[in-house]
Design a protein around this ligand. Structure first.
Ligand code: 1PR
Length: 566
């Protein structure tokens, strides 16, 4: 029996680093948490997954004396891997709520992406890298896509060219990774960039150390994300291969699998699926449709190449989500096995429980994040917040969107819109934004507006999807999941008119949802609208279509997607 090797983790408590922990453990390492600057100086290998805002991170590091220890550790060329903000903090300063000074180890200023030309910010999704020099930990990335989520980035210059090991193209060519000696940092998230779990590597590692065998493990390196961590953690185990230079890529369109989850009449948590939001079977018993177990299905979609998995707790609006322990357990188990982003929604709002204890929406979201979610999705509560904001014109800072995005960043807040199409003869009949529809209504109506609903489509509200989308973007939402009740579960294609309307109206990414029935529906939505991602549920659950075949079709149609080699 031998102990697992240990990696030191610098988690300064500003957010969720559960995914990084899960990824490290899946590679056979134990984690030692940094408690004091001494732990940094004594680390054999240090991973720094920066989360939250730049200024807050620098404050904590400085107050705890960790900034100085980090600088010493890095200047001594000790093995270091910074992730996301863990890369940005190495630079001189950042414009995020600033200027704010950073650790000053790399020349350059971290600035915001320029969205004035319609570039969607945050940069969320999968891009390939342009490798600039041998960085060892990236040597098997090739053209594989890796997952980014950020609004700020550092730019390459003559002053920092010794450091830059890869760039990525989004708006401009920004720095995707740096490397000098044993010091590495990446702007993307290796722990969310896919990969296979190789638990047996822990044993191999010990064997390699003991009998000094030279074993080349490159045959296992078909994955982008975990291979980066693996190469950092097991540096001596890999042959130094000749660098294969990746091509710069466009941001890939994402394919997302969605699992609507609820407790059935027997009390089991099941994946269900509605027909226009009706999830009960058309039988005498009228039971909740049961399409499988949430953790199993999420694992299957991950292996099939889903770029993201969404869980929607569809009865969350009436139950208290933190009372739903099985749902939290589902998230925990899933995040141990699935290394792409996880979104969870349902019931995120301020809540007072039976004993009079008050929970803010931020507390509810925090519990989801702690359990393994990367993003939360807000439905009903976002509608109320937008209505209030439009009515008063004032941002109170108290809505769930504002509270959660302030602490976890905009990219962690998705707003799920559940609109119903209302046909109109005359576009002036309503005060809401209308569209001229591609297919006229049953009475020849040529126009429609998209009316928002709450409580899983049970209640109509006096606000349109367009007005809602604009308002929630201003309140701080980082992404929109755009459903359409009329199309849900119908398999007849996405509601193109709606998706075009919303994806042209906002500068944040829009996920097209509801209605996918065949591969052509996915290429249609990407060709005819500016959607960043397409989400489907029923066709995947019923195994009518595999995620792999959707990706292949999109690629054949010239649409950039992440193709998974595993
Ligand atoms: O209002 O914050 O509690 O959030 C509730 C969440 O649960 C919302 O995101 C809402 O969309 C979702 N929801 C509530 N009731 C239902 C239902 O079906 N009865 N599901 C529901 C919504 C829609 C999509 C679906 C796509 C793709 N499901 O998520 O997965 O339409 O389906 P398809 O590919 O089979 O057509 P809150």
């Amino acid at each position: 029996v031998h102990n697992n090797p240990v990696v030191t983790l610098l988690d300064y408590g500003a957010g969720n680093v559960r995914s990084v922990r899960n990824a490290i453990r899946s590679l056979g390492f134990d984690i030692k948490d940094v408690q004091s600057p001494k732990d940094i100086l004594n680390a054999e290998r240090l991973i720094f997954p920066g989360v939250g805002a730049f200024a807050a991170a620098m404050d904590v590091l400085t107050q705890k004396g960790m900034a100085e220890a980090l600088c010493t550790y890095i200047k001594n060329d000790r093995p270091f891997l910074g992730i996301c903000l863990g890369l940005q903090l190495l630079f001189e300063s950042s414009e995020e709520n600033g200027p704010v000074n950073g650790l000053g180890l790399i020349p350059g200023v971290v600035g915001r992406f320029d969205s004035s030309n319609g570039l969607r910010v945050p940069h969320i999704g999968w891009n390939a890298l342009q490798l600039m020099k041998n960085s060892e930990i990236l040597n098997t990335i090739r053209n594989n896509h890796v997952y980014f989520v950020h609004s700020y980035r550092a730019m390459p210059s003559d002053d920092n060219k010794d450091w830059v090991s890869s760039t990525c193209n989004y708006g401009d060519n920004f720095i995707a990774s740096v490397r000098r000696g044993n010091v590495h940092a990446v702007q993307f998230h290796p722990e969310k960039s896919g990969g296979t779990m190789l638990l047996f590597l822990a044993d191999l590692y010990v064997d390699i150390i003991c009998i000094n065998l030279l074993i080349t493990l490159t045959m296992n390196e078909t994955d982008a994300g975990l291979s980066v961590l693996r190469r950092f953690l097991y540096p001596k185990s890999f042959s130094t291969k000749v660098l294969e230079v990746g091509n710069a890529s466009k941001l890939a369109k994402r394919v997302i699998a969605c699992l609507d989850v609820r407790t059935n009449d027997e009390g089991d948590l099941v994946v269900t699926k509605g027909d226009q939001y009706d999830v009960r079977e058309n039988t005498k018993e009228n039971e909740v449709r049961n399409l499988g177990k949430p953790v199993d299905l999420a694992g299957k979609y991950y292996r099939d190449g889903a770029d993201e998995i969404s869980f929607l707790n569809i009865t969350g609006f009436r139950d208290f989500p933190l009372g739903d322990l099985p749902m939290l357990q589902v998230l925990r188990y899933t995040s141990e096995r699935v290394f792409v982003p996880l979104t969870v929604g349902g019931g995120i709002r301020d809540f007072t429980d039976g004993s009079g204890r008050y929970y803010s929406s931020l507390e509810v979201a925090s519990e989801y994040f702690r359990s393994g979610a990367d993003k939360v999705s807000i439905g009903s509560d976002a509608v109320y917040a937008a209505e209030e904001y439009i009515r008063s014109g004032v941002k109170t800072g108290k809505s769930s969107i504002e509270q959660i995005s302030r602490v976890y960043g905009n990219q962690a807040v998705v707003v799920s819109i559940d609109p119903r199409r209302v046909f109109l003869k005359n576009p002036d009949d309503v005060d809401f934004k209308t569209v001229r529809v591609s297919n006229p209504g049953p009475n020849g109506e040529e126009y429609a507006w998209y009316q928002c609903t709450v409580n899983g489509g049970r209640e109509d509200r006096q606000i349109g999807a367009y007005e809602l989308a604009k308002a929630v973007e201003e309140l701080g939402a980082g992404e929109i999941m755009l459903n359409c009740i009329d199309c849900d579960g119908q398999g007849k294609g996405f509601e193109i008119d709606l998706i075009r309307l919303i994806s042209d109206a906002v500068n944040i990414p829009v996920i097209a949802s509801s209605g996918a029935g065949k591969v052509e529906h996915f290429s249609e939505v990407f060709k005819k609208t500016n959607a960043s991602a397409a989400l489907a549920a029923g066709i995947f659950h019923r195994e009518e279509l595999g995620i792999g075949s959707v990706k292949k079709h999109l690629s054949n149609e010239g649409i950039e997607v992440r193709l998974t080699p595993y």
